[in-house]
Structures are given as structure tokens and as C-alpha cells.
Design a protein around this ligand. Structure first.
Ligand SMILES: Cc1cc2nc3c(=O)[nH]c(=O)nc-3n(C[C@H](O)[C@H](O)[C@H](O)COP(=O)(O)O)c2cc1C
Length: 331
């Protein structure tokens, strides 16, 4: 019997699992594999060098899956911002109907997508931001706890409290993000009022993920203790894999007087991070990963992974209901 939640109904998917946007990882081959496996695969717009390249990526994904998939647009703090509008317009023109937005000032993008009748899932790390996105008319929120890979925000609230607060405060459905990798996690997210989960690191470590096999094996060999927060002192915290380079960045940030972005620019270069995935050298640059590495023990196909998550979640939910016994049986 399949699980049915507000998310499966909203998106028309079988398993209430979304693959979050992932720079350099959310490419057609992975997004299509997740959608084919019954979840929602998501292309990361900014991984494509231009809106025209995103158009090609969307067409390529369509060839690989007949199912719905989404596009992530991440609004970055940047002096020369990318052509967000161009990416958004192209995706809508290509018939994409589901968007994950993340980052600062999503208002104009959300308005644009809603004016085109699209479904918007906005990812954020505070209840305050979730409520503003709700006012802007999003269909669903993705609540990213402190456990998450990438940007957890600056308030350090773990998923357990954040999701319970979401249950108290939000009117629209929300999915739980950060630290999810298995059916037990999915069942716990549902218990906390979420209608599904969003996963990043777990999907990096699948057969269809485009990153080098060495990095997938490194994730399997790593534990929940193998991440570190960089950019804390710059108020743009990012959880990344703990290696010599990320530790050096943290040391520079801790120097008396602190650090400016220029002091670490070379170390954190996006190009070096990208090459980690192509060369397969986990120490070559900064790359994103979450503490959920502690729960990742294999490199399955997306199909195997989502079937397993579905089965485990059903078992956990069934087992939990057995804990509730008729009052007289307690005597
Ligand atoms: C390699 C990688 C790259 C990511 N890049 C982005 C991104 O470009 N935009 C974004 O909104 N989130 C990004 N994320 C965050 C994920 O979408 C998701 O919110 C996060 O991974 C959830 O935490 P988890 O890794 O514990 O599942 C990235 C995550 C990873 C692992």
C-alpha cells in the first residue's frame, strides 16, 4: 500500500520524497532517475551556465523521464547576480510546472511562477521566512533544519524543534529537509507534521548521481562527524565536507580580527569545488555534504533507494501504531 500525503497529491508523485537542488549535482540524469523512481527530481538551474543551457537540460531530462520534475532556482548573495529571470522564464516556457526556490528575496520569483500557474516549494531555515513565503502564496515549504548540507542559516535550530514549530505556525503543507536518508527519517518527518522529506546528500550517493565514484565512496566511509561550518563569521554559514581546505578556511576566519571574503576566496573557489566531483579527489576543494553521511552506507540506484525508504517508512508507521493499545490491555 503506498503512502499518501499532501505532497504526493500536490505533485502527483508516488513517494513523498523530493531531491533538493544541488549545485553541480542536480543534472538531467539524476533528476530523471529520481522522478522515474517515484519521487520528485529537481534540476539545479545555476548548474547550467546560461538560461539557454537550462533549456537544453530540461529537454534532455524530458527525454529521460515521462514524469514531472522540478527546477531549483537559488538566489545567492552576489555582486553580479545571475540572470534569475531568464532561467525562470526559460523553464516556464519549456513547460516546467514545479519550482523549488531558495535564498534571499524570493518574492519576485514566487510572484512570477504563481502568475504562470506553477507550483512553488520555497526552501528556508526559519519560521519567520516560511511565514513570509506563505504570505507570498507558495504552495509548500521546505523546512531546512540545522542538520542540512549547504546553508543552514544563522539561528542553529535543529529539525526536531523547527518542524514542530512549523506544525504550530504554518497553514500550507511543508516538507522536512536536512538529515533525511531513510524510511525511519521519513516516518519521523510525517510524525512531526511534514508531508514528505527533501534530501540532498543521500541522492549525491546514488548510482545515477553524476559525481565521481571516489566521492560517493568517501561519503559512505564518512560519519556524522565529518562536516564543518565555513563562513560562520561572514554570516553566510555553509555546512561542507571536513577536509584540509575547509578546516583552513575556518582557521583563517578565527584569526584575531576575523577574515574578509577576499582572505579565503582562492580556497573556496567554486571551480575547485566542482573539480572535486570530476577528479574524484575529496581534498581538492570545498564541497557540500551533510551530517546525514553518518546514515549513508551504500550507493543504490534511485529506484532501490526510494523503494527501500517507502518500505521502511511503512514498517515504522505500522510498528508505531502497535504501541497504542486499548486501555484495558494495560491492566
Ligand atoms: C552537493 C550539494 C549541493 C547543494 N546545492 C544547493 C543549491 O545549489 N541550492 C539549494 O537550494 N540547495 C542546495 N543544497 C541543499 C539541498 O538542496 C538540501 O536542502 C540539503 O542537502 C538537505 O540536507 P541533507 O543533505 O542532509 O539531505 C545542496 C546540497 C548538496 C549536498
Amino acid at each position: 500500500m503506498p503512502l499518501e500525503t499532501k505532497l504526493t497529491k500536490l505533485l502527483g508523485i508516488r513517494v513523498p520524497v523530493v531531491q533538493g537542488g544541488m549545485q553541480w549535482v542536480g543534472v538531467p540524469q539524476l533528476a530523471a532517475a529520481v522522478s522515474n523512481a517515484g519521487g520528485l527530481g529537481v534540476l539545479t538551474a545555476l548548474t547550467q551556465p546560461s538560461p539557454a543551457a537550462l533549456r537544453d537540460a530540461i529537454r534532455e531530462t524530458r527525454k529521460l523521464t515521462k514524469n514531472q520534475f522540478g527546477v531549483n532556482i537559488t538566489l545567492l548573495p552576489s555582486i553580479n547576480p545571475p540572470d534569475y529571470e531568464g532561467y525562470a522564464r526559460v523553464a516556464v516556457e519549456e513547460g516546467v510546472r514545479i519550482f523549488e526556490t531558495a535564498g534571499n528575496n524570493p518574492g519576485p520569483l514566487i510572484k512570477f511562477f504563481k502568475s504562470k500557474g506553477c507550483i512553488v516549494i520555497h526552501k528556508c531555515t526559519t519560521i519567520r521566512h516560511a511565514k513570509s513565503a506563505e504570505r507570498l502564496g507558495v504552495d509548500c515549504l521546505s523546512i531546512d533544519g540545522f542538520e542540512c548540507a549547504g546553508h543552514p542559516g544563522e539561528e542553529d535550530i535543529g529539525g526536531l524543534v523547527l518542524l514542530a514549530r512549523a506544525a504550530e505556525e504554518l497553514k500550507v503543507p511543508y516538507i522536512a529537509s536536512g538529515g533525511f536518508a531513510d524510511g525511519r527519517g521519513l516516518a519521523s518527518a510525517l510524525a512531526l507534521g511534514a508531508c514528505g522529506v527533501n534530501m540532498g546528500t543521500r541522492f549525491m550517493c546514488t548510482v545515477e548521481s553524476p559525481i565521481h565514484q571516489n566521492i560517493k565512496e568517501k561519503i559512505v566511509a564518512s560519519t556524522e562527524r565529518d562536516t564543518v561550518h565555513i563562513f560562520r563569521t561572514l554570516h553566510n554559514t555553509a555546512r561542507v565536507f571536513k577536509n584540509a581546505i575547509s578546516q583552513q578556511v575556518v582557521e583563517i576566519e578565527r584569526r584575531p580580527g576575523g577574515a574578509k571574503f577576499e582572505d579565503v576566496r582562492e580556497l573556496v573557489s567554486g571551480q575547485r569545488g566542482r573539480e572535486v566531483y570530476t577528479r574524484g579527489d575529496p581534498d581538492y576543494g570545498i564541497w557540500t555534504a551533510g551530517i546525514v553521511m553518518g546514515l549513508i552506507k551504500d550507493i543504490p540506484t534511485c529506484e532501490e533507494l526510494l523503494r527501500r525508504i517507502e518500505r521502511e517508512a511503512e514498517e515504522v508507521i505500522g510498528g508505531m501504531s502497535a504501541l497504542v493499545v486499548p486501555a484495558k490491555a494495560k491492566l
